[in-house]
Design a protein around this ligand. Structure first.
Ligand code: FE2
Length: 180
């Protein structure tokens, strides 16, 4: 498996949009925390999170997004669990494994938490689990963050409240890199 630094270098080469790179770093941090919770492969989960949107620099077509990235990463020798999760998070297959389910859920959670930080002085330090839970119920707030996808955490036995707390702590741990 490539290192975290190598993965971040790779997304910076492929994705010129800094906010998208930060989004991927956020999802990487969330996935790393979840791997510990699920007692699974920490490196695989973290790197999958960091690389999951690697093709967004070349396509925004929902039919292509995920497929292009998965093909690139297959060619780079990345494991099938990773490329399958990337395909599933973009809707090309059903989310079945823990990694697939939590990549889908964590991707959307990161969007909700980022939106919360942006209205709290642009600082993750100002965000509390309680404030995220309140915003979760306000469907017009960060409407792009799919609440049903976030709730998929419950499918693998993680209560929503715990998922939100873990996601926040994980993102706070990389707040400097996220600029939040
Ligand atoms: Fe994403």
């Amino acid at each position: 498996m490539i290192t975290r630094t190598e993965a971040i270098d790779l997304i910076r080469q492929k994705v010129p949009n800094e906010n998208l790179c930060r989004h991927m770093i956020a999802v990487g941090a969330i996935m790393k925390a979840l791997s510990v919770k699920m007692d699974d492969d920490k490196d695989l989960w973290e790197i999958t999170g960091i690389l999951h949107d690697i093709d967004l620099g070349v396509t925004e077509d929902p039919m292509q997004h995920g497929r292009i990235g998965a093909n690139w990463l297959k060619a780079e020798g990345m494991p099938l669990e990773m490329t399958d999760a990337i395909l599933a998070h973009a809707g090309h297959s059903e989310c079945k494994t823990n990694l697939e389910i939590l990549l889908m859920a964590g991707d959307q959670l990161s969007g909700l938490i980022t939106a919360c930080a942006l209205v709290m002085g642009k600082k993750l330090a100002n965000v509390t689990p309680k404030s995220i839970k309140k915003r979760f119920k306000e469907l017009r707030f960060a409407a792009g963050a799919d609440r049903n996808a976030i709730k998929m955490c419950e499918k693998v036995g993680i209560p929503l409240d715990e998922f939100i707390e873990q996601g926040l702590i994980a993102m706070q741990s990389v707040s400097d890199e996220l600029g939040l």
